[in-house]
Ligand binder design. Structure first.
Ligand code: ATP
Length: 489
């Protein structure tokens, strides 16, 4: 594959960020105070898009699989949870500062970027050996040698251009706070860094109350918090973000089969959402986390390169076993088919709602030239589009607004609809293109005579005439989640 022009890609990301802000998708948090790094707010169209993405994930999990049920656990959990999960002791990133620029970096990310440079230049072996050397040093927690690696590889700070690095220190990514009115060590609790643990500690509650039989899954959508050392690339890496995780509990010994099955189900899901296959790739982990016996990432080609959108992990029985140990409560399942008690093994699918949002936005963003003029639009799948249709009376008089309002009334209970009567029809079409509305419905004088309207299609800009009575059905067909999930059946 030809190496892409880096500055072109950066410009594309900049354009997408500017578009997201200008048209009500994503704003920097507390912007009037100059923002808060790596925290973002979703605007009127952003929240609709994000809700639609969450809904399609939720329904693909809980409705397409009779043996997957939902959960909504609290963000705060008993602090021992994070001891048992290993987060207190090992949820760290190696942090390094450049003494000249005073900028802070993640040492592993700097090295990974260097390896990507080797890879792009075609030197795959060098990339691999660098990553493997890093993996070994990280595992051994040999940070002095890791620093040497930075220097020997001439990895310099992009700001100062020097390799004048400080010592590398471990930095725990969990945010902590105090519960209650007395601040002492026993009142320290954490903001969860992943939603998964809420599922693990409720494993038996859910299994018993929903009468689940292994294999079965628990799905959850919720906020997670990580004090990321370097937060860059817009909503790709945030300090407060949302995860959509599903833990699938299986019989020990069958986990790798289920891991394979879930890797394929999840890859298909991304394709069903309209992401081109050539923009997706699977990256199998060589270095595994302490709890996993297999792991892979589903990556998407963002304007800043291939990056993880979703992780699939075979987590063994690590979490349940550890919770059993720390809580002294049995976390076992009695399997009537084989007449045995055991701690189930777990396959996890974990995707960030915000990264999914960014992928969807990048994939939808189209700039094209039509008859010498630039046209920008967002080609969201109609089921995901924040607004399904805009109802536009041609003029503000002759009873057209009233007629248009009747149509809004008929559609608004089932679809997110916009009514707009200001500006020329062309300008109103452009505005809907910019927020990705798939259908613009124009109400004109002919509508008053024969109850027909013009539908303009966003992607082709083609128009057709249709009776008002057919609108509901037409929108329903186009915007149904079924259009996405049918590819998964
Ligand atoms: P990365 O290597 O990019 O930091 P990770 O491997 O730590 O990610 P996981 O712990 O596997 O990520 O989390 C599962 C998913 O949660 C990721 O695939 C990603 O979509 C999302 N996620 C993780 N950290 C962040 C973050 N800081 N901001 C936004 N989404 C995140």
């Amino acid at each position: 594959m030809a190496k892409k022009d880096q500055s072109q890609e950066n410009n594309l990301l900049k354009d997408i960020i500017a578009h997201a802000k200008e048209y009500g998708f994503v704003y920097p948090s507390s912007e009037i105070y100059d923002g808060l790094q790596a925290v973002y707010d979703y605007g009127p169209y952003g929240v609709e898009l994000k809700n639609n993405l969450k809904r399609v994930w939720w329904e693909s999990m809980t409705r397409l699989h009779e043996n997957i049920v939902g959960l909504d656990a609290a963000i705060f959990m008993h602090p021992t949870t994070w001891k048992a999960s290993g987060h207190v002791d090992s949820f760290n990133d190696p942090m390094v500062d450049n003494k000249d620029s005073k900028k802070r970096y993640r040492a592993d990310v700097l090295i990974e970027e260097k390896a990507a440079q080797y890879e792009n230049a075609g030197d795959i072996d060098r990339a691999k050996s660098l990553l493997s050397a890093m993996g070994k040093l990280m595992e051994a927690e040999d940070f002095a040698a890791l620093r040497e690696l930075l220097i020997n590889e001439e990895i310099s700070c992009p700001i100062s251009g020097t390799t004048n690095w400080t010592e590398i220190r471990q930095f725990n990514l969990m945010f902590s706070t105090q519960v209650g009115s007395v601040a002492d060590e026993s009142s320290t609790i954490y903001l969860r860094p992943e939603t998964a643990q809420g599922i693990f500690v409720n494993f038996l509650n859910v299994q018993k109350t929903a009468r689940m039989k292994i294999p079965f899954g628990i799905a959850q959508i919720g906020k997670a918090f990580r004090n990321e050392i370097v937060a860059r690339q817009f909503i790709f890496r945030m300090r407060e973000f949302e995860q959509m995780e599903m833990q699938y509990f299986v019989r020990p010994g069958s986990e790798l089969e289920w891991y394979k099955a879930w890797a394929s189900i999840r890859m298909k899901w991304h394709e069903a959402l309209g992401i081109p296959v050539e923009k997706l790739r699977r990256h199998d982990h060589e270095k595994l986390a302490h709890y996993a016996n297999a792991a892979l990432d589903i990556e998407y080609e963002f304007p800043f390169g291939y990056k993880e959108v979703e992780g699939i992990h075979s987590r063994t029985d690590f979490d349940l076993k550890s919770h059993q140990e720390y809580s002294r409560k049995k976390q076992q399942y009695f399997d009537p088919e084989i007449n045995q008690n055991y701690i189930p093994y777990v396959i996890e699918t974990s995707i960030g709602a915000d990264r999914l949002f960014l992928m969807t936005l990048c994939n939808a963003y189209v700039e094209e030239e039509v008859e010498g003029k630039q046209r920008t639009y967002l080609k969201f799948h109609p089921a995901l589009a924040p607004v399904k249709a805009a109802i536009l009376p041609l003029t503000k008089k002759d009873g057209l607004p009233e007629k248009a309002r009747e149509i809004v009334e008929e559609l608004k209970y089932d679809f997110n609809i916009i009514y707009e009567d200001a500006a020329s029809i062309g300008k109103r079409y452009t505005r809907q293109d910019l927020i990705g509305t798939p259908f613009c419905i124009a109400v004109d004088h002919q509508t008053l005579e024969d109850n027909t309207v013009t539908i303009r299609h966003r992607d082709t800009t083609e128009q057709e005439r249709l009776p008002i009575s057919e609108l509901h059905h037409k929108l329903g067909e186009a915007c149904s989640f079924r259009n996405i999930v049918k590819h998964l059946a």
